[in-house]
Design a binder for this molecule. Structure first.
Ligand code: NAG
Ligand code: NAG
Ligand code: NAG
Ligand code: NAG
Ligand code: NAG
Length: 490
């Protein structure tokens, strides 16, 4: 009889942007055929995840008890996607109450396996406390970051030192990450720029982040070849390995399963793109859970029209309107905009959600105007597409800085959700990146170079293992070493 497979427990934070990379990683590890995977989450999220798992997958789903009503949250709110910004920190604090239930869950698994613990626990960057539980129970633990190395290093460093509070100027350095050069306060997400060390976010992060030292290492959805600076920060800071195993992305099929209803048929989209010259289309999308203000939307429309470039724009109702309501072009866009771009064939408005990977992999696409969430960044780089960065939250500002200053594949077009924008400035940047300027050509060349690095890093077979494949091997070696060490204890 075959030995039962070793079990891996995976536990993402309750947010779509965290659950999706964890699912992608789970499906990636499942390809190795040697492990069974248990995916842990709260009841309502498990219900949702169930429909996202491909039918041929053997990933097991396990509920951990949670009732949002008991934590000052509205009933049945278990995911940041349905919470307004001020309540997100409440959900983070509430999630720390899962600690005893999580410990019991692992202890029950150990008992069911006649004393044999799961092979390892892979948990979220917001679940530092899971590392402490794993340590207590003698189980190997890794943090998995869906964010890139550089972006997360900045995020980690800023939270621990709040350096912007110590200087009079609007600029600052990170004391333990000088390699990242200078920052401006406008490059901080709201949670950090408002933090004073005793607010709710600070209290949470100052419990969460230091607990990572209890972990055995960090898995990153990135590539060593271009993200070493940030990876080295964690190696030095925590004295733990950082394994760059990416990019691990959802396949188009699986993404459609987790995604929202696409606002356009993929066939129509492909036909439209096929009629456009190579490198001539700008793709504009701010991710699955963002929108911009109505004045920004108006200016962006004018910039797109004024630039004379082809474009595909994923539109949603602006800030302040129900995001799921109907898009009112006549109200939120310049008069006659939709008819003009339709008649000229120059632009395509897609409502709500577009098949992003299919767009980015089409040869007609020249650049991507993006909020620079790490998943979107990886999808762009994987296809050698340069970016126009418009960060909105979290570590996105640091991603834009990294892509612009370190990799040279991005130009920042706008910073933040609330700033004033002028269409002339946006139009100039769109032209800079998309036209045959020195800068534009250089960016396209660099983006192709990064694409080559990714291809190389993920190569497997014919006697060659890329760095990301090697890193996942190294991770499993470290896991086995710990397990075998435990078995040999007297
Ligand atoms: C799968 O696991 C078994 C038992 O732990 C081990 O002997 C074998 O080498 C593993 N195979 C691969 C391909 O990792
Ligand atoms: C499930 O099917 C997909 C698509 O055919 C395949 O790539 C994947 O390897 C399969 N997964 C498993 C666990 O067999
Ligand atoms: C959650 O708790 C509230 C109040 O304690 C209770 O009314 C409700 O039934 C609970 N929900 C579930 C799904 O258990
Ligand atoms: C995020 O997506 C959820 C689910 O579709 C939606 O209810 C929520 O309003 C969205 N929030 C934003 C800011 O897009
Ligand atoms: C590909 O990876 C190998 C080994 O990791 C390395 O020696 C080589 O320089 C890489 N090539 C490119 C184009 O990055």
């Amino acid at each position: 009889m075959a030995e039962p497979k070793e079990n891996i427990v995976m536990f993402p934070f309750m947010a779509q942007g965290h659950i999706i990379p964890f699912l992608a990683l789970a499906l990636h590890i499942e390809q190795r055929k040697n492990y069974s995977i248990t995916f842990v989450n709260t009841p309502l999220n498990i219900k949702k995840i169930k429909s996202s798992i491909p039918p041929n997958s053997s990933i097991k789903l396990l509920e951990i008890p949670f009732n949002s009503s008991n934590h000052g949250l509205p009933p049945n709110t278990e995911n940041t996607d349905i919470l307004p910004y001020p309540l997100i920190i409440k959900l983070l604090h509430a999630s720390t109450s899962l600690k005893p239930a999580f410990k019991t869950l692992i202890e029950d698994m150990i008992e069911e396996q006649e004393g044999k613990p799961p092979l390892c626990i892979i948990a979220d960057i917001f679940f530092g406390w899971t590392a402490t539980v794993a340590k207590e129970l003698g189980v190997f633990h890794a943090v998995f970051s869906g964010a890139g190395g550089f972006g997360l290093a900045c995020y980690y460093s800023v939270w621990l030192s709040l350096p912007h509070r110590d200087v009079d100027s609007d600029e600052f350095e990170l004391p333990d990450f000088k390699e990242a050069s200078r920052f401006h306060v406008s490059q901080l997400p709201l949670s950090i720029s408002e933090a004073d060390g005793s607010d709710s976010w600070s209290v949470f992060q100052r419990m969460n982040l230091p607990a990572w030292v209890d972990s055995n290492g960090i898995l990153f959805n990135t590539v060593e070849g271009f993200d070493q600076l940030g990876l080295d920060y964690f190696r030095k800071k925590l004295g733990r390995p950082a394994w760059a195993i990416g990019p691990v992305l959802m396949s188009v099929d699986n993404r459609t399963r987790v995604g929202k209803q696409a606002g356009i048929s993929p066939d129509f989209l492909k036909e439209w793109l096929d009629t456009k010259p190579e490198n001539s289309v700008l793709y504009v999308s701010f991710g699955s859970n963002n929108t911009i203000s109505s004045s920004q939307m108006m200016q962006l429309a004018m910039a797109l029209e004024g630039s004379g470039k082809n474009f595909i724009w994923v539109v949603r109702p602006p800030i302040g309107f129900d995001i799921n309501s109907e898009f009112k072009a006549e109200e939120w866009l310049p008069e006659g905009f939709e008819e003009r771009i339709k008649d000229s064939g120059r632009g395509l408005l897609v409502h709500s959600w577009a098949p992003q990977v299919e767009i980015l992999s089409h040869k007609s696409v020249c650049a991507f105007l993006s909020h620079c969430g790490w998943n979107s960044v990886l999808e762009a780089l994987n296809n050698g597409v340069p970016l126009l960065g418009w960060a909105m939250a979290g570590e996105q500002f640091f991603n834009v800085k990294f892509l612009e200053e370190e990799l040279g594949v991005c130009v920042e077009i706008v910073r933040g959700k609330t700033c004033e924008v002028r269409y002339e400035d946006m139009k100039a940047k769109i032209e800079l990146v998309m036209s045959e300027t020195e800068k534009g050509k250089e960016m396209r060349r660099k983006a192709k170079e990064v694409k080559g690095m990714i291809k190389n890093a993920t190569r497997d077979g014919y006697g060659f293992e890329g760095s990301s494949v090697e890193a996942l091997d190294a991770f499993f070696k470290a896991v086995m070493l710990k397990r075998d060490g435990a078995n040999h204890k007297p």
